[in-house]
Design a protein around this ligand. Sequence first.
Ligand code: ZN
Ligand code: ZN
Ligand code: FE
Length: 765
Amino acid sequence: MPLDADIAAAYRQRWRIEISGAVQGVGFRPTVYRHAAKNRVTGWVANTSAGVVIEAEGRAKDLHAFRHAIVTDPPPHAVIHQVTEHAIAPTGDTAFQVRDSQSTTPGDLLILPDLATCNDCLAEVFDPANRRHLYPFTNCTNCGPRYSIIMGLPYDRPATTMAEFEMCPACRAEYANPRDRRFHAQPNACPDCGPQMALSTDDGTVIADREAAVDTAIEQLRAGAILAVKGLGGFHLFVDATNPDAIARLRQRKRRPDKPLALMVPDLAWAKLLTHVDAVAEQSLTSAAAPIVLLPRKPNTDIADNVAPANPELGMMLPYTPLHHILLRGLGRPVIATSGNLSDEPIAIDNQDARARLADIADLFLLHNRPIVRPVEDSVVRILAGRPQILRRGRGYAPFPLPTGTAGQPVLATGPHLKNTTGILRGNQFFMSPHIGDLDTSAAEDLLRRTTNDLSDYTQTEPALVACDPHPDYASTRHAENLGLPTIQVQHHLAHVIACATEHNLNPPYLGIAWDGTGLGTDGTIWGGEFILVDGEVWHRVAHLHPFPLPGGDVAAREPRRAAFGLLYAAFGEAGLNVEALAPVTAFTAAERQTLLRAVEKGINAPLTSSMGRLFDGIAALLDIRQRATFEGQAAMELEWLARSGNAGAPYPFTITDDMIDWRPLLTAVLAAQQDGAAKADIAATFHATLADMMVAVARRTGVPDIILTGGCFQNRLLSELAIARLDDAGFKPHWHQQVPPNDGGIALGQAVWARLQRGKAPCA
Ligand code: ZN
Ligand code: ZN
Ligand code: FE
């Protein structure tokens, strides 16, 4: 017998296995424990700030099987980036243990985004016999808050906002049991020991608490009240989506007359009742990210018309916390779930702050006492050409990194001014912040500053270089300059192109079609209708729209009639502005026209632009679809909706000479068609088709197969679909955004990648 034991011992090996990736807060260690038991492996597993480390002892055959099982059968939300192992001396362990976290070597740890409630937890919440029946903070290692509650690393309860809640014996037992779904679920809680709800007025008077708070909130919603609801990454404003009067009140109080509002529906069946949900859309809707998905709406539903006026799509999301499930199931109908903020400010996350800022909007406040560390807004996704495309990257996706190909020095990118996101490029991963939004308010600027510090902390990275936009008036540019680090400015449209190329891991040369509202060009004019060829480490603006003046500059973004004014002036001179038959002309008084004319002639506050976004605005104004917009992109959206119902005729003419695309023949043709009484919808459809022709024409002249579609204009579904189809037909390979938005929300990625490439070329710094 002793001899046998000696032989057995001689065949034993011990491996130290290190795993990096998204391996904490996902039930990784219990899974390792399970695989160890199955494969007769002893030793231990622990979290480190670099990921997970295992010491495993057993026969070589079993160790191989154990390692294989971990890699091929990890827990649902884990993402393994790297596994390394080496042999060490056996110690003769007789059991397998799950150890507490080991601190702290800077490393490769990834923080998970917040995850929607899993089906196991959902079943418990609606099981009257379960101790968590109707408990709004139920979660487990497969679901619940992560990024929004993390204060530091490693990811352990004391480093989250759950630190202040001491677990009861029942919760503690789950937390300590490696075989339990809640083993080391850091936000683990129950009605006895965890956070609680309260319903309050704006002055802080509590009307009801715990379950009664939620019941009363449901009654109030049913009666048409506007509720501020504290959720996962911040506050929402909730209102009954079938009550047009209540919605009108919300729109008026939020000063948001037309912009589409998103819906939260009780369940998937409701989503299918209201919209067309295909398999890809269903996958996005029901994913752990649970984003808002833009879906084609069905006619004749109970949804009030003023939810998304005239919009052929509805933004739809499923409940993603137990609280949302309980509220929506109780109400039994969809609600508007819009960001809890004043027009352009970041969303509120703090109870007191929300009561102060939203006092004039919300009738009541449904609050809880689990603090939110940082705002994380709902993500927005749509399905384009059969694939999900992220239009706003927030909850469920951020701060999960995007792969960027090659490694290099760490770079911070401060992003654009509108729809800001920021991010850190570390190694070959870009850690993009959640959507921060427009930087027009000091609150938003503050959030940008806090977010860059935050990213630097949790990636344990000191950036050596800062990338930003060249526009001197962008708050993000100012922030970059104030950091006191070497800074590289990356042209706005180039950043758009590089962001998309990085997503698709493209090698130059490629042609980027960057069409958007505005971005500062290298010649001091405002660009936005750009064709950019990236060739090796240099880029060329190979084609662009013929420039036209934009009287009023930034004001023109909200007044399509000004874009039309500039187009008419560029095409016909002063004569074009005296045609009283044209809607945008008569949208100004004679005196206003004189003032604008002088501004344009003298070039005072009338910058030249090659913006495609403004060309869209101008055409929308000429067709009298809209002269003034209440939100960015409204006129172009309405032009697209109209075009979808029209029939495209023969394309309108345009010419390309050298790098200049002359749209003036197109404008003349649009005006002629209008005069001939052509239907607006048909003109709009022909305009879209003509632009697809324009892309193909420039692609042919350039002769590069890979074509990138980027910029805010490609939020236009019709334009994107036409571009993809026409480029494909013509033998090109079109590429479009999926992981980061085509709008300015994606450009931080391009800034960081390009800046690092440029810096690499410099001899020293
Ligand atoms: Zn769960
Ligand atoms: Zn408990
Ligand atoms: Fe842009």
